[in-house]
Design a protein around this ligand. Structure first.
Ligand SMILES: Cc1cc2nc3c(=O)[nH]c(=O)nc-3n(C[C@H](O)[C@H](O)[C@H](O)COP(=O)(O)OP(=O)(O)OC[C@H]3O[C@@H](n4cnc5c(N)ncnc54)[C@H](O)[C@@H]3O)c2cc1C
Ligand SMILES: *[C@@H]1O[C@H](CO)[C@@H](O)[C@H](O)[C@H]1NC(C)=O
Ligand SMILES: *[C@@H]1O[C@H](CO)[C@@H](O)[C@H](O)[C@H]1NC(C)=O
Ligand SMILES: *[C@@H]1O[C@H](CO)[C@@H](O)[C@H](O)[C@H]1NC(C)=O
Ligand SMILES: *[C@@H]1O[C@H](CO)[C@@H](O)[C@H](O)[C@H]1NC(C)=O
Ligand SMILES: *[C@@H]1O[C@H](CO)[C@@H](O)[C@H](O)[C@H]1NC(C)=O
Length: 605
């Protein structure tokens, strides 16, 4: 992508224009509107679009979203749930990052996809919707010293996010979820699987046969332990992202909400008042804006990257790269946490698995046509119907319990009616894949140079601790016990790549050669108590020691929840919107507007 660094002067006129909110492709279109903005949100991703929606509920708040990527409209692999794994990596909707060589994974570098598109990672993720455990959020509250981050206080925000809509095929969902714990009038649609899988009944049967894998009616109840029906951000067989939901046409018609695509923010500049309130970005033309609050929602990779280029981070490291340190916050980019994933599949005695149609272009086309015309069939779902979260009782004999509490899991099992990834020429499979959801290893996002357009250095340090290796090994043994339940007798034949009697050494070698990530980076701009010597933001998500700048995305999570992370991101953002609104009441705003809107000079480098 080529950016031109041209010089220009941009006039930001005071006053709210009468024209309606809109998604724009070009800075020239935006300047023609002669608008001013009270809030600029950097990153129209999962969290960013929540903030944009909620702040623009107030007609006096004018809001601009700057999104580096393009539109999510009409991208089949984004809209059609089953093809979500094809939406990244290496597509026009991906940032195309790769990790550093991972020491615990035979030195392999892994693709590290992040959504480069409106909706961010919510437009390209696999749509699993799991809030995490009550204890996960209560730990946020404990670590930050703000009870507002506890589960009980966040329940209203969970409900503001969620619009539970049943299943795409309208099947009877009684007994597959607990209506009492859901939100039915929120913004982001959530549903149960809309296409039955031939292994569904065996999975449910196994939960009644093996005490180790109890049935969990609803993992979004705060209590995640057990195996149950997956819930996902899908409506009528189509992805629900922060773009399709929080930026739906009914919201985009607000005159005070604007979105500029293809606008990549490079730095947040310090203004004469000392605040960090000028947003520098590049497009065909470069520009700068000076709102009264900047909200960084660029995600766990993008946010620390922008902070460090802006001089906010570890002073000696910034100096060594030739970046002038302005704010001493060594935690920026540190404490990166992620979940390690291993695809584990089993040969099965059946041809009724995905492989059969995946190997047939004719059958694939039929399913695609079916989805396109009626939103029915296999493609309405993501590639899994069941998942479960579990603990390893013996872990505490060797390690300090890394989970947020005794009711929170160490690992996850994900059940699929086929192999994840391209199918081999022969064989039919069931997967019971494994993820470490209580990792103790921490990685980092750092800079390699002062070039604002260079990729940051991403080291998630997957399985970088003995406890994490132990959890993965035990998760694999657990997967094999599950696949050996009587319900799978005569169906599951043998593990693919391992065998039921593999030794620990064989399992560990298999993991080093095959493990990857669930793409859940968190914690690179962590919240910590006000006045703490570590952390990046206060519990109200304002950057420590800086005025005018807030962070709202998954990077502020002080610990990674033991769950897929989009729900936590939405929940954090919903509360953050209220925190911002509580500061900038309508009256305050008028005063600030009068004093802060002036010419902004851009393009000086
Ligand atoms: C392939 C994949 C699969 C996943 N599967 C699941 C799943 O099934 N379930 C689940 O719960 N979670 C899943 N996740 C994780 C989940 O999607 C993320 O945790 C969550 O979306 C993070 O939200 P965020 O707001 O922090 O960041 P994002 O949603 O990534 O938003 C960041 C936004 O900022 C933009 N941006 C970044 N830098 C700049 C810049 N310099 N200037 C302007 N804009 C910028 C980006 O383009 C992006 O739009 C998955 C993630 C991926 C990548
Ligand atoms: C990622 O790679 C794809 C395919 O080459 C490309 O279209 C896209 O622009 C790249 N993303 C970025 C952020 O450069
Ligand atoms: C990492 O997080 C822990 C809390 O989990 C904190 O004590 C520590 O100081 C953090 N480290 C950095 C470098 O921020
Ligand atoms: C679901 O999508 C199909 C196909 O686009 C459409 O015909 C149908 O009206 C939609 N149903 C609902 C309830 O929106
Ligand atoms: C495969 O299933 C058939 C019944 O569908 C059964 O007769 C046969 O024994 C099974 N094969 C194995 C190896 O279990
Ligand atoms: C695995 O071990 C069990 C007993 O622990 C034995 O019954 C079985 O035959 C062994 N299977 C293989 C494939 O070695």
């Amino acid at each position: 992508m080529a950016y031109q660094w041209l010089s220009s002067i941009l006039l930001l006129a005071l006053g709210v224009s009468g024209c309606s909110g809109i998604i724009l492709q070009n800075i020239a279109d935006l300047t023609k509107l002669k608008l001013s903005f009270d809030f600029i949100i950097v990153g129209g991703g999962t969290a960013g679009n929540v903030i944009a929606n909620r702040l623009s509920e107030c007609p006096d708040h004018s809001v601009l979203v700057l999104e580096a990527g393009g539109s999510d409209d009409n991208v089949l692999n984004i809209q059609m749930p089953f093809f979500a794994p094809r939406a990244t990596p290496g597509t026009p909707q991906d940032w195309n990052y790769t990790t550093t060589p991972q020491t615990a994974l035979n030195g392999r570098s892994l693709p590290y996809p992040r959504g480069f598109v409106l909706g961010g990672s919510s437009s390209v993720n696999y749509m699993v919707y799991t809030r995490g455990s009550k204890e996960d959020f209560d730990r946020f509250s404990k670590v930050s010293g703000d009870s507002g981050w506890s589960w009980d206080k966040l329940v209203p925000y969970m409900q503001k996010n969620e619009r539970f809509v049943g299943a795409s095929d309208h099947h009877n969902i009684n007994g597959q979820y607990n209506p009492a714990v859901h939100g039915f009038s929120g913004i982001n649609s959530v549903s149960l699987a809309g296409f039955p899988s031939p292994i569904d009944s065996r999975v449910i049967q196994a939960t009644t046969q093996l005490k180790e894998f109890p049935f969990n009616l609803d993992m979004n109840s705060g209590s995640t332990l057990g195996m149950g029906w997956g819930q996902s951000t899908i409506k009528n067989g189509t992805r629900s992202s922060s773009s399709t939901s929080y930026l739906a046409p009914e919201f985009l018609s607000r005159p005070n909400l604007h979105v500029l695509l293809n606008a990549r923010v490079t730095r947040i500049l310090k203004t004469s008042t000392g605040a960090f309130q000028t947003v520098e970005f590049v497009q065909d033309l470069n520009g700068a804006f000076h709102p009264h609050e900047v909200v960084l929602s660029a995600g766990s990779v993008g946010t620390p990257n922008i902070l460090m280029h802006s001089g906010i981070g570890n002073p000696s490291k910034l100096t060594s790269l030739g970046i002038k340190p302005l704010v001493n916050l060594p935690s920026v980019g540190q404490n990166l946490s992620d979940h390690t994933l291993l695809f584990l599949s089993y040969f099965v005695n059946s041809t009724d698995t995905w492989e059969t149609w995946e190997r047939s272009p004719t059958l694939t086309q039929q399913l695609l046509n079916q989805w396109s015309t009626s939103r029915t069939g296999q493609f309405v779902d993501l590639p899994l119907n069941h998942l479960g979260f579990f603990r390893i009782p013996t872990l505490v004999n060797q390690f300090k319990d890394p989970a947020s509490g005794p009711g929170t899991s160490h690992y996850e099992l994900i059940v699929s009616n086929g192999l994840l990834g391209p199918p081999p020429p022969t064989g039919n499979f069931m997967s019971v894949s494994c993820a470490v959801v209580a990792p103790t290893a921490r990685g980092s996002v750092t800079l390699s140079s002062s070039n604002v357009l260079a990729d940051p250095v991403i080291n998630p340090n997957l399985l970088g601790s003995p406890a994490d290796v132990f959890i993965m090994r035990e998760a694999i043994k657990s997967s094999m016990r599950f696949a050996s339940a009587p319900a799978f007798a005569g169906y599951v034949l043998s593990p693919n790549g391992l065998n039921f009697n593999s030794t620990d050494a064989e399992i560990d070698a298999f993991v080093r050669a095959n493990a990857g990530t669930v793409f859940h980076p968190a914690g690179t701009a962590s919240m910590s108590p006000k006045g703490a010597t570590w952390g990046v933001v206060d519990p109200d998500l304002r950057v420590k020691g800086v005025s005018g700048l807030r962070i709202v995305d998954l990077s502020v999570a002080p610990f990674i929840p033991a769950a897929h992370t989009q729900a936590a991101t939405y929940i954090i953002a919903e509360r953050a919107a209220d925190l911002i609104k509580s500061i900038w009441g309508e009256n305050d705003l008028q005063v600030v507007l009068k004093t802060q809107y002036i010419y902004t000079e851009v393009g000086k480098h």
